[in-house]
Design a protein around this ligand. Structure first.
Ligand SMILES: [Fe+2]
Ligand SMILES: [Fe+2]
Length: 223
């Protein structure tokens, strides 16, 4: 399974096949991932984020058009998690194969996952206010993480540093909307599950969709 295969399906408007092949590709490349992350619905959304990331690396009219079509299709799919069983029984943690090999970046990612897990525990225990408070802290820490990661990449002269920060900017723009959404965590019931889903989706966009790109770079530096 290659990423070419995923892209070919996207270009041919075979979006279901594109998501399935993206899921197979991710599983093959990164081996076992957290059960919530390998869900088809989550893969459908991480593929969108992946296409955005590719476009930032290399602007391309054909891909840009395909992304628009993909988004239109995605809107019609019901990809939001609305049921706790979708979130899974296992605690959320960053799988080892998602470590990029730079200790400060990896520590930040682990911390963000650990806060997400605390929020999940709060929600499962019916502690909705606590969940909303922690989510706000998680967003603040995410913003601080983007800055820290950019400083590290710049310091090590990572070649795609500027494009990576452009991707962070794209995520930063989503934070304002997300702040409104996470206030729903305090409401309990389905609204808090939907808000949690949005938060988790935001969380995986950085370490899983984009940051793995610099894993080979740090592996070379460390060798
Ligand atoms: Fe990043
Ligand atoms: Fe990151």
């Amino acid at each position: 399974m290659s990423f070419e295969n995923v892209l070919n399906n996207v270009y041919k408007d075979n979006f279901e096949d594109a998501v399935s092949s993206w899921r197979d590709y991710s599983l093959e490349k990164y081996a076992s991932v957290d059960n919530a992350i390998q869900k088809w619905n989550t893969c459908a959304r991480t593929l969108e984020a992946r296409l955005v990331y590719l476009l930032l690396l290399q602007p391309d009219e054909k891909l840009s058009e395909a992304l628009e079509n993909y988004r239109f299709w995605l809107l019609k799919q019901k990809t939001t998690i609305v049921d706790w069983s979708e979130i899974g029984e296992l605690p959320l943690e960053l799988p080892k194969n998602f470590f990029v090999g730079q200790k400060d970046i990896d520590a930040d990612h682990q911390e963000l996952f650990s806060i997400a897990n605390d929020i999940r525990n709060n929600l499962r225990a019916g502690e909705y206010e606590g969940a909303a408070d922690k989510a706000s802290i998680m967003l603040d820490k995410s913003l601080a993480h983007f800055k820290r990661e950019e400083e590290i990449l710049e310091r090590y002269n990572y070649p795609d540093y500027e494009k990576h920060s452009m991707y962070h900017n794209y995520l930063v723009e989503k934070v304002d909307l997300l702040r409104e959404e996470i206030s729903n965590l305090a409401k309990g019931g389905e609204e808090s599950v939907i808000a949690f889903d949005a938060l988790i989706f935001f969380l995986v966009n950085d370490p899983i969709v984009a940051d793995l790109e610099f894993k080979p770079f740090f592996a070379d530096l460390n060798s």
